[in-house]
Design a binder for this molecule. Structure first.
Ligand code: ATP
Ligand code: MG
Length: 329
């Protein structure tokens, strides 16, 4: 079976619908056909300051959401990144293969550091795509399901794997991104030209938010001054985003929805999306609460996953160290 690796940051009290549609839905589906490794990337989380108690809680909340969404520990290796030291060890090797200019071209760093100024950003925020490359390469992943915003980081990962292989001989698997076009980039509800994010949650639609508050957010989503319900990302980004969401939560494709909503108004579209979203998150929230009621069991599941992940990642690391010329201990 081909291998899959993907990760998500425990940097918010909830995942949002962009995380779900861009990545997590594919995580669940790929379990049927692939050998899957999924990780809560707490090392990436500390590239910006995190409160320790909150980080601990959010790591469990992240794991609980993954389980509730359908990640099955019997089928997937589900683990916390910091429990597998090989990520950092391989990360150092990858840092030494990365050009300074090459790292400087990562647009996500430019975007994320723009707020506080690059000088006030941590070096970790700058180098995190290189650690992410190590995350992926440690498991010899063939496929990496992510949203569009991760495409450039995946390209870096591929380049680093190829560079290592050409310098030291065929060792690392060069992964392919798995990005589903229709849902690769979900937009912020209040600013529909900007990606929905955990780090700027004003217009995010969170899976664990109070359902009434989410309904409110949907109903006040930014649209446009026309009345026509039509998919047109350039001229009607807000309406197009709502159509994408409604399509997923009702299982009807967008052209069908355009037909169904002829003559109807934005209020109808928003009302129906609110209902469909509520129907999806209500049972999910109950399941998450169930998992969080037993944190010891949650930690146990993650520890089992961590042990399995260490075995695989340590194997890759040993080969990499050997190829580089490090003495075996
Ligand atoms: P942050 O803003 O702090 O980076 P995030 O919302 O981007 O948080 P991540 O944990 O960085 O969340 O990303 C987890 C996964 O969700 C990644 O595969 C990422 O590509 C995907 N993703 C994030 N936002 C979106 C979005 N708006 N649309 C589609 N996919 C997304
Ligand atoms: Mg992100």
């Amino acid at each position: 079976r081909p291998r899959v690796l993907s990760g998500i940051q425990p940097t918010a009290d909830s995942f949002h619908v962009g995380n779900y549609l861009g990545a997590l839905r594919q995580w669940v589906d790929l379990q049927a056909t692939h050998e899957t490794f999924y990780t809560v990337v707490d090392l990436h989380a500390i590239t910006v300051e995190q409160d320790p108690a909150l980080l601990r809680r959010r790591t469990r909340v992240a794991a609980a959401q993954l389980l509730a969404l359908g990640i099955e520990p019997e089928r997937s290796t589900l683990f916390v990144q910091s429990q597998v030291p090989a990520h950092n060890q391989l990360g150092w090797v990858m840092e030494c293969l990365t050009g300074f200019g090459e790292a400087g071209r990562m647009t996500q760093f430019k975007d994320k550091s723009a707020k506080g100024g690059a000088d006030r950003s941590s070096v970790g925020l700058f180098t995190y795509p290189i650690l992410q490359a190590a995350d992926i390469l440690a498991y010899a992943a063939d496929v990496v399901p992510v949203g569009e915003d991760q495409r450039q980081h995946l390209e870096l990962t591929r380049n680093l794997a190829q560079r290592f292989n050409s310098r030291y001989g065929a060792t690392l698997t060069v992964p392919e991104p798995y990005i589903l076009k229709a849902t690769a980039k979900i937009y912020d509800l209040t600013e529909p030209t900007v990606k929905m994010s955990k780090s700027s949650p004003g217009g995010a639609l969170d899976l664990l938010a109070d359902v009434k508050a989410s309904v409110k957010r949907i109903k006040s989503a930014v649209t446009d001054a026309e009345r026509e319900i039509r998919f047109d990302e350039t001229n009607k980004p807000g309406v197009s985003n709502l159509l994408t969401l409604l399509s997923v939560f009702t299982g009807r494709d967008v052209p069908q929805l355009e037909l169904d909503y002829q003559g109807k108004g934005y209020g109808d579209l928003k009302g129906d999306l609110a209902n469909a979203f509520a129907a999806f998150v209500e049972p999910l929230q109950q399941q998450v609460t169930g998992y969080l009621d037993d944190p010891a069991e949650l930690d146990r599941i993650l520890a089992v996953g961590g042990a399995r992940a260490r075995e695989v990642a340590d194997g890759t690391l040993a080969t990499v160290y050997d190829r580089i010329g490090f003495l075996r201990g």
